[in-house]
Write a protein that binds this ligand. Structure first.
Ligand code: TXA
Ligand code: MG
Length: 321
């Protein structure tokens, strides 16, 4: 496993590896991704293998821009409107797959739809352009674990299974992209993220649905799975602390009974109660508290507004895991 800081030579090397069917961990503005050529079934198989991901869970294909997307996928008028409002950026759209689309069936787990995204991160952009192909890239963590927001997180999660990891700072958004299904009659959010339902309905001028998955009828195969799970149990909406519990705080801790020992195991997602700052810190702080000798992690209440909905979604799944 090697971590290399980004520069032009490293980007050229990454492109060579990707073109020859290998995998590279790359930074994006949401989380780090484990990338491979989305049109190459062997490359995609390697991604599933390295992550230990069940083959029924499809991957997102990443493109350089909307023109690049449309070489492979037809976008509806609504999808094009979202593309011009939010791409490049943290939005993934599910679209109908063209029968002639050369993206591997494995990437889409055999579905007749495909997930497409244009990341904003300049290094991700450069790597996609240099490789010249769409890149399948799930989050660069073992299946079920917390998504990585830095190169070090990738190394911790994938260990020796990680191929080249390209380091370029901390992912600025810190949560995976919003996934919106544009393949049906009405747009439906399948995974909340930094782009909110309100922002999307403002652009489309219509109400949009939110379906975060029931266990019986998952709209998105990934909704079935245990996710974002630290090793320690998580307790949500905590307003007190048990002995030996770590605290993931949000906003003022004035009313939390925090003892001296608790102080060593306390991280505050955002002291000023800024939800974007909290999203950026969430996965890193969950990892850090997981590494303490506390027995469990208590999490303070976080408002379910804007990006707070996505934060609560990840915490809920972590608590269930
Ligand atoms: O921010 C992100 O989206 C990151 C970065 C690397 O771009 N990627 C990411 O990928 O989070 P992943 O594989 O961890 O999550 C993709 C999600 C899964 O829940 C998967 O089930 C869903 O998208 N998905 C992919 N294709 C789909 C499809 N055709 N229909 C429904 N859901 C799909
Ligand atoms: Mg993931």
């Amino acid at each position: 496993m090697t971590i290399q800081s980004v520069n032009n030579d490293v980007i050229a090397k990454a492109a060579e590896i990707l073109k020859s069917g290998g995998c590279v961990a790359i930074p994006t503005e949401t989380v780090y991704g484990l990338a491979g050529d989305a049109t190459n079934a062997d490359a995609v198989a390697k991604i599933f293998d390295i992550k230990g991901r069940p083959s029924f869970n499809p991957l997102i294909s990443h493109f350089a821009d909307v023109k690049h997307v449309m070489e492979y996928v037809d976008l509806t008028t609504h999808a094009k409107a979202l593309a011009s409002a939010f791409w490049p950026g943290p939005l993934t759209m599910i679209a109908k797959r063209r029968r002639t689309c050369v993206i591997s069936d494995k990437t889409c787990a055999g579905l007749d739809t495909i997930a497409v995204r244009v990341p904003a991160h300049p290094t991700a952009q450069k790597i996609i352009r240099a490789a010249g192909v769409p890149l399948a890239a799930p989050s660069a963590n073992k299946s079920g674990e917390i998504s990585p927001t830095s190169a070090i997180h990738v190394a911790h999660s994938l260990g020796d299974k990680a191929p080249l990891i390209i380091a370029d700072g901390v992912s600025s958004v810190g949560l995976e992209s919003t996934v919106v299904d544009m393949s049906g009659d009405k747009p439906v959010i399948l995974r909340p993220g930094a782009i909110t339902a309100d922002q999307i309905s403002d652009v489309l001028g219509c109400q949009i649905g939110v379906d975060l998955g029931s266990h019986d009828t998952p709209k998105s195969p990934g909704q079935l799975l245990k996710h974002y799970a630290p090793n320690k149990p998580i307790r949500l909406k905590a307003f007190d602390l048990k002995d030996n519990e770590a605290l993931l705080a949000f906003g003022s801790t004035k009313f939390m009974p925090v003892s001296k020992t608790h102080q060593n195991h306390l991280l505050n997602l955002s002291e000023i109660g800024d939800l974007y700052e909290a999203a950026g810190n969430l996965f890193d702080y969950m990892r850090r508290l997981d590494q303490t000798d506390a027995t469990s992690i208590a999490v303070m209440d976080i408002p379910k507004i804007g990006i707070g909905l996505a934060i609560n979604d990840r915490l809920q799944r972590a608590a269930e895991g």
